[in-house]
Design a protein around this ligand. Structure first.
Ligand SMILES: C[S@@+](CC[C@H](N)C(=O)[O-])C[C@H]1O[C@@H](n2cnc3c(N)ncnc32)[C@H](O)[C@@H]1O
Length: 176
């Protein structure tokens, strides 16, 4: 039950959702990318195939079996760091990887299943972690998170992706 709550999805995201999550990223101009909640790696694989050679990718995954698989799959990529810790600790891990900020955060975290305090802690840490002009890109299965995201970030767009199980909304936010 606990794992199900943490994972927060019935199946991995579709290619359509992956495309929508990543289409606004200028991969030639990103030095650091952070991913929260990589799961089975649907977005991670796309990011790795698109990112420039010298871009660093920090991948957070809390569920141990997913973490182990991701760690194995990306072990040959020197710029991909798979981290078995909560996204709430993003600032600590940026520092440990000799970075102060990230250009992009791609998040699949199931905020609907989280205590509000944890969501706020993650969003505030993310806002601090973002570079000026950085983007926070999040998908959710409802519009519930819109109000909270708009308090912490500048909301740029909300896009509906019908071809996904369940259909999803992609929020693109900027640092205020
Ligand atoms: C909805 S799934 C998304 C998986 C994948 N990105 C996809 O779209 O198919 C959310 C993932 O977030 C992970 N997760 C939940 N809470 C987390 C946290 N605080 N920090 C990092 N990962 C977390 C879960 O283990 C799960 O794999």
């Amino acid at each position: 039950m606990k794992s199900r709550k943490i994972i927060g999805a019935v199946s991995p995201s579709s290619k359509f959702l992956a495309k929508k999550m990543l289409e606004g990223i200028n991969f030639n101009e990103t030095k650091v990318i952070v991913e929260y909640g990589a799961g089975t790696g649907v977005f991670t694989r796309e990011i790795v195939s698109k990112m420039a050679e010298n871009t660093k990718l920090l991948v957070f995954e809390l569920h141990e079996p997913f973490f182990k698989k991701l760690e194995e799959e990306f072990s040959a990529y020197p710029n991909v760091f798979v981290i078995s810790d909560s996204a709430a600790n993003v600032l600590k891990h940026l520092e440990e990887n000799h970075e102060t900020h990230t250009d992009i955060i791609v998040s699949s975290l199931p905020f609907t299943n989280f205590e509000t305090n944890l969501t706020i802690r993650i969003l505030k840490a993310s806002e601090r972690a973002l570079h000026k002009n950085g983007s926070f890109i999040q998908f959710q299965y409802s519009l519930n998170a819109k109000k909270l995201l708009s308090k912490i970030f500048e909301m740029k767009s909300v896009q509906f992706v019908p071809i996904n199980i369940p259909p999803a909304f992609v929020y693109t936010c900027k640092k205020k």
